[in-house]
Design a protein around this ligand. Structure first.
Ligand code: ADP
Ligand code: MG
Ligand code: ZN
Length: 481
C-alpha cells in the first residue's frame, strides 16, 4: 500500500479588534453579548449609493500582523469586489483584496516536535470586511444580524507546507498566540472572531506534487481542527487506495459522528468575478508608516522565551509557560524589573500564584498581589526572615487579604527563628521525648535525622531556620554516639 504524506495549507480569518468597522463609523461589538442589528448604518447595511471610507486603524492592525509574520508589505494596495449573492451580504459583494494584497511572502516558525523547527510559508495577508451572521430557525426561517457586517477582517493564507494534523494544530495555535500578543484579536474561536480552514490533500511520501484538495469549514475549536484534519487525511487515503478520486469540494464537520461531510463543490476564483473596487482609491503605504508600526510591535513569544532562558537561566518549560500569554509575561517582567530574582519569581508565580488563581477563577489583572508585592515576599526569604515553606503560606494570605508580605509576617509573628538557644532547646526536647528513635539512630539508621528535624520544626511552628535546625540536630545526636 502506498504511504502518503499530508499536504495542508491553512486559511485563517481574524476579525480585527478596532473600535469601529472597516468602512463606516459603526462600533465593533461583541457578537454574543450585543443584541442583533444594533451596530449598523446604511454603509454596512449595503444601501445603494453609500460610500465606504477606509479605517486607518484597521490597516495598521493588519500591518502589525504582516510584520509579525515576516511578510513584505506592499506600497501599492487595491481593494477588490468579490461578488456573490447571499443574505449575509446585502451589497451582493464583499470588499476584499485580490491581485494586490497588503502583504506576501512571510513565514512562521513552528516546533511540532522538540528540537524540530519548521518554517511555514505565509503566502499572503489581505484585508477584507466580515459579513453578517445568519441563524437558521427551527421552522425553516433564517435570521440575519448585521452587527458583524463590515467588521475588519484579515485573511492569512499559509503555503501548503504543513504535513500533519499535529503541524496544522501547532501552526494555528501559534498564530492565535501572536494575534493575541499584537492586541488585534481575542483568539476566541467559539465566538467566531478567529476562523481556521484547512485545505487538505495527500501525496505519496517523497513526492512533491500538489494534488486535488478539499477545504474544511466551520471548525470552532483547535481540537476540532486537529480531528477534522486527521479524519480528512485518512479519508482521502482510503479513497485513493480503493481506486477512487478526490473531488475538490468544501466539507463540513459533523461533531456527533466525528467525520467530515461534503457540503458543496468549491467555487473557483472566476466565479466571484473579482474586479477593482471603484469606490475606494488605491491605498499607499510608505516606508515611514511601516517603520512606525514596526516600532510599536511588542516583543513576541519566541524572543521572550529565548531571553528568559539565555539571560535569566530559566528552564525551557518555565520560559514557555511565562511567555504563553502577554499578560503573564508582562507581569513576570515587571517583577524582575522591580528587583526580583527571575527563578524565585517564576517558581512562586507558576507553582503557587497560578494555583490560587485557578482556584478563585481570577486572572492576573484581577488579583490583589502585585509584581512588587511578590518581589517583597521573595526578599523576606532571601534575607532569611522567613523560609520557603512559610513564604508559600504568606502568599496564600496575601492573595486572600491583599495585605503585604511584611504586614502578614509581622502580624502573625511568622519571622523565622534563627536564635540558636531557642532551637537548641527544641532539639533537646525532641531527643528527650523520643528515646526509641534516638536508639535506632545510634544503631545506624541515619535517615532518622529527618524525623528529628521534623519534630523540631513542628514544635517551632515551622518558623525555625532550617539550616540552623539541621546543624543542631546533627550536632546533638552525634554527641550521644
Ligand atoms: P483559494 O483561492 O481557492 O482559496 P489558494 O490558492 O489561495 O486557493 O489556496 C488556499 C489554501 O490552500 C492555501 O493555504 C494553500 O496553501 C492551500 N493549498 C493550495 N493547494 C493545495 C493542495 N494541493 N493541497 C493542500 N493545500 C493546498
Ligand atoms: Mg480561499
Ligand atoms: Zn455601519
Amino acid at each position: 500500500m502506498t504511504e502518503y504524506e499530508g499536504v495542508i495549507g491553512l486559511e485563517v480569518h481574524a476579525e480585527l479588534l478596532t473600535e469601529s468597522k472597516m468602512f463606516c463609523g459603526c462600533r465593533v461589538v461583541d457578537s454574543v453579548e450585543e443584541d442583533p442589528n444594533r451596530a449598523v448604518c446604511p454603509v454596512c447595511l449595503g444601501m445603494p449609493g453609500m460610500l465606504p471610507v477606509l479605517n486607518r486603524r484597521a490597516v495598521e492592525y493588519a500591518m502589525r500582523v504582516a510584520l509579525a509574520l515576516n511578510c513584505t508589505i506592499h506600497p501599492h494596495n487595491i481593494f477588490a469586489r468579490k461578488n456573490y449573492f447571499y443574505p449575509d451580504l446585502p451589497k451582493a459583494y464583499q470588499i476584499s483584496q485580490y491581485e494586490l494584497p497588503l502583504a506576501t511572502g512571510g513565514w512562521l516558525e513552528i516546533e511540532p516536535e522538540l528540537g524540530v523547527v519548521r518554517r511555514i510559508g505565509v503566502r499572503r495577508v489581505h484585508m477584507e470586511e466580515d459579513t453578517g451572521k445568519l441563524t437558521h430557525t427551527e421552522n425553516g426561517g433564517s435570521l440575519v444580524d448585521y452587527n458583524r457586517s463590515g467588521v475588519p477582517l484579515l485573511e492569512i493564507v499559509s503555503e501548503p507546507d504543513l504535513h500533519s494534523a499535529e503541524e496544522a494544530y501547532v501552526y494555528a495555535t501559534k498564530l492565535r498566540q501572536i494575534l493575541r500578543y499584537l492586541d488585534v484579536n481575542s483568539g476566541d474561536l467559539e465566538k467566531g472572531v478567529l476562523r481556521v480552514e484547512p485545505n487538505i490533500s495527500i501525496r505519496p511520501k517523497g513526492t512533491d506534487q500538489l494534488n486535488t484538495r478539499t477545504e474544511v469549514k466551520n471548525l470552532n475549536s483547535f481540537r476540532i481542527l486537529f480531528l477534522a484534519t486527521e479524519y480528512e487525511l485518512e479519508r482521502q487515503a482510503n479513497v485513493l487506495d480503493n481506486g477512487g478520486e478526490i473531488v475538490q469540494e468544501t466539507r463540513g464537520w459533523n461533531e456527533a459522528d466525528k467525520r467530515t461531510f461534503s457540503q458543496r463543490i468549491k467555487e473557483d476564483a472566476h466565479d466571484y468575478r473579482y474586479f477593482p473596487e471603484p469606490d475606494l482609491p488605491p491605498l499607499h503605504i510608505d516606508d515611514a508608516w511601516i517603520e512606525r508600526v514596526r516600532a510599536e510591535l511588542p516583543e513576541l513569544p519566541d524572543a521572550k522565551i529565548a531571553r528568559y532562558r539565555n539571560d535569566w537561566g530559566l528552564s525551557r518549560y518555565d520560559a514557555e509557560l511565562l511567555a504563553d500569554e502577554k499578560v503573564t509575561a508582562e507581569w513576570f517582567e515587571a517583577a524582575v524589573a522591580a528587583g526580583g530574582e527571575p527563578k524565585a519569581i517564576a517558581n512562586l508565580l507558576l507553582n503557587n500564584l497560578f494555583k490560587l488563581m485557578n482556584e478563585s477563577g481570577q486572572s492576573l489583572d484581577e488579583i490583589d498581589v502585585s509584581p512588587e508585592g511578590l518581589v517583597a515576599l521573595t526578599e523576606l526569604v532571601e534575607q532569611q526572615t522567613i523560609n520557603n515553606n512559610i513564604a508559600k503560606s504568606v502568599l496564600v494570605e496575601m492573595f486572600e487579604t491583599g495585605d503585604s508580605a511584611e504586614t502578614i509576617v509581622r502580624a502573625k509573628g511568622l519571622a523565622q527563628v534563627s536564635d540558636s538557644d531557642a532551637i537548641l532547646a527544641a532539639v533537646q526536647a525532641a531527643i528527650d521525648q523520643n528515646p526509641a528513635q534516638v536508639q535506632q539512630y545510634l544503631d545506624g539508621k541515619d535517615k532518622l535525622m529527618g524525623f528529628f528535624v521534623g519534630q523540631v520544626m513542628r514544635a517551632m511552628k515551622g518558623k525555625a531556620n532550617p539550616g540552623v535546625v539541621n546543624q543542631l540536630v546533627e550536632q546533638e545526636l552525634d554527641a550521644l554516639k
